[in-house]
Design a protein around this ligand. Sequence first.
Ligand code: HEM
Ligand code: HEM
Length: 181
Amino acid sequence: MSIQTTGFPATSRILHWLMAVLILAMLFIGVGMAASNTGQYSTLVSIHKPLGIAILILAALRLVNRLINPPPPLPADLPGIQRFAAHASHLALYAFMFALPLVGWSMLSAAGYPIVLFGPLQLPPILPKSPSVYASLRELHTVLAYLLFATVLLHFAAALFHGLIRRDGVLESMTSVRVGK
Ligand code: HEM
Ligand code: HEM
């Protein structure tokens, strides 16, 4: 089994782990919000909106960083199907990182709600007001959030498979500090 000697650059690792924490927090805040009929709802929403927009900005920075600092190659002996699964799941994760905040922003625009970030700072609506569009996007937001959660779980399982079973250096490429070459 070939050992991967190069890891992800520091900027990629910082963005990966910062965003992993933020996205997991958003999934739980979102579910808490949707399930809450108490006074906690408005507190959770006031965290969910700016954090979601921060994820959108970080996703754009991450994409630019990926073009400047490309990821290390996968191990040469990785079977084609696993290589395909790795690329497809990373593509899906990027798509979710953009789609969820954009659908959140669009659905609130369609509902005619203000998209408050901090205090007086608000985002402009990106869609005209329409209750039916709001209803469809609200449903889409939930479906995308659960698909993201499922993809993250598969991604986590794949990371453990690389780290504990294949022991091919892929897990370390994102987790350990690179020493030497
Ligand atoms: C990565 C970004 C995001 C994630 C992972 C996420 C996740 C979630 C989840 C899991 C729910 C609960 C769904 C349900 O159980 O029905 C939810 C609801 C919601 N999200 Fe997001 N979201 C994100 C971004 C945004 C953004 C940027 C906005 C708005 C600017 C937003 C606005 C909302 C609203 C208004 C709800 C519905 C709350 C209600 O039930 O009234 N989300 N989100
Ligand atoms: C919300 C959570 C997460 C998201 C959205 C996410 C997303 C991504 C993405 C898009 C990549 C491709 C590299 C890039 O362009 O940055 C990646 C790589 C990687 N992630 Fe995650 N990740 C998450 C959580 C985790 C967790 C919990 C682990 C656990 C150990 C992990 C381990 C790795 C590893 C080892 C790689 C390198 C894989 C390779 O080179 O193919 N990630 N992640």
